[in-house]
Design a protein around this ligand. Structure first.
Ligand code: AMP
Length: 170
């Protein structure tokens, strides 16, 4: 089964010039989802993971499933003012705009082995900010993994000090 069949291209969303990669057809199909999860888990080659950190909001879907599969904790990284407890923040740039991201201060313990997950690696700004948050709390980044990578945006360069895996590349 080819998982790329379940990624839908939406031209001009959320604004002109963006080719949006819609993962909802994949989320809706249990077989495609299971297949995708297996590819992402296999890429870790049995490495132990204590926490999976997912970036708001599309990193939560498979991030949570990955955490369950790996018997790891799940940590949500959210947009500003969404998390109720004390937070740390990091600034980032998007393919469309800029913002900051936050994580609870007790989400990662020093020495935790961390997998970072998001749906798309585009310019790498989001992933870089998530890495910063994890390292601020003393976590060790084992891998950054993505459902897909938009290689022409060169996001890998921003997170080149970490192992990066993408199930699909465009
Ligand atoms: P970036 O920080 O540029 O690597 O952008 C990655 C974040 O923006 C991810 O959380 C994606 O969900 C979202 N994103 C960026 N570009 C796209 C795209 N072309 N299609 C879908 N999501 C995107």
């Amino acid at each position: 089964m080819k998982i790329e069949k379940y990624i839908r291209d939406i031209q001009g969303f959320p604004k002109e010039g963006i080719l949006f990669k819609d993962i909802t057809p994949l989320l809706i199909n249990p077989e495609a989802r299971t297949n995708c999860l297996k590819i992402l888990v296999d890429s870790l080659e049995g490495k132990k993971i204590d926490k999976v950190v997912g970036a708001e909001s599309r990193g939560f879907f498979l991030g949570m499933l990955l955490a369950q599969e790996l018997n790891a904790g799940f940590v949500p990284v959210r947009k500003p003012k969404k998390l109720p407890y004390e937070t740390i923040s990091a600034f980032y740039e998007l393919e469309y705009g800029s913002d900051s991201l936050e994580m609870h201060i007790d989400a990662i313990k020093k020495g935790d082995r961390v997998l970072i997950h998001d749906d798309v690696l585009a310019t790498g700004g989001t992933a870089k900010a998530v890495c910063e948050l994890v390292e601020k709390l003393g976590g060790e980044i084992v891998q950054c993994n993505f459902l897909m990578e938009l290689t022409f945006l060169n996001g890998r360069e921003k997170i080149k000090e970490y192992p990066v895996f993408a199930a699909l590349t465009y």
